[in-house]
Design a protein around this ligand. Sequence first.
Ligand SMILES: Nc1nc2c(c(=O)[nH]1)N[C@H]1C(S)=C(S)[C@@H](COP(=O)(O)O)O[C@H]1N2
Ligand SMILES: [Mo]
Length: 337
Amino acid sequence: MLIKIPKSSGCRESDVTPESLYLSRRQMLGATVAGLAVSSLPQWASAADAARYADVEPGKAPSWFAEKLPSVQWEAVTVKNEPITPFKDATHYNNFYEFGTDKGDPAANAGSLKTEPWSVVVDGEVGKPGRYGLEDFMKPYQLEERIYRLRCVEAWSMVIPWIGFPISALLKQVEPTSKAKYIRFETLQDPKVMPGQRSGFALIDWPYVEGLRLDEAMNPLAILAVGMYGRELPNQNGAPLRLVVPWKYGFKSVKSIVRISLVSEQPKTTWQSIASDEYGFYANVNPMVDHPRWTQARERRLPSGLFSPNVRDTLMFNGYQDEVASLYAGMDLRKDY
Ligand SMILES: Nc1nc2c(c(=O)[nH]1)N[C@H]1C(S)=C(S)[C@@H](COP(=O)(O)O)O[C@H]1N2
Ligand SMILES: [Mo]
């Protein structure tokens, strides 16, 4: 499905590039990042394209992913005038507490996560529950690249080119019953490979759980991602399947999903359970509602350092107001933070 993106929040490259050139270029980039050397980029690839993928480490994509890559719809959604965060930062400055609480821990420790084979359970209020191997789970879905801002509640942010598919496509497949009001996602629980679940970052009652209201999940911007930067997801970013909801704080975007449940009650989510006065169920990015211990009006855009902090104003709904504000009409966002 194509999304109409209002001019205020972004534009599609296809608006300004002849379609045939656009397609062949994206196909080339797909092939490039799938295995060829970046130096083999065609002449017409822009400097920005080359820079964008320059530091991407090629992965070892499972065959189902490699097979889908040529048909990816590149830049189905993008952000204007904000450069993509270098791959190195996006993969070495992470939150994934199952692998440790320091920003470098996930990159250092998530190598132990085995993502093949992987299975996903779909259960609860659905007409078609099931347990699927990931390859079968993915069969119905056409992949798209979505370049989104990611804003962590800790006031840092990035711009990441995800590859995924809308949750609405999944919901069409599994047929929610009339009792389904929320969708709940659960991360793998495996203390053998997840040191954070062993040594006890005791605050978290594993597994990590997140959830959305069903109408939020149906919003075209809400996706399940299986890749980023033209390749499959690195483990530290939540391989092989993670949620991405760009108008919400990063903690909603739960990683390494093994279970998706349609439920009638609002799920008990991880950060809300830890400190409900600091982290709400909605967690919409909102510069006007501060965290009790810091302002949410501004953010550090990575890469960010002492001498170039790269601070910018935080945007309402992370810049996706036109697409999502109607979901919250009539709600008091100070109360429902
Ligand atoms: N299972 C799980 N998912 C998680 C987290 C986590 O600790 N465990 N951290 C969240 C937080 S706080 C953020 S900001 C994003 C970070 O995603 P990234 O590391 O890919 O940038 O993942 C979210 N998903
Ligand atoms: Mo976060």
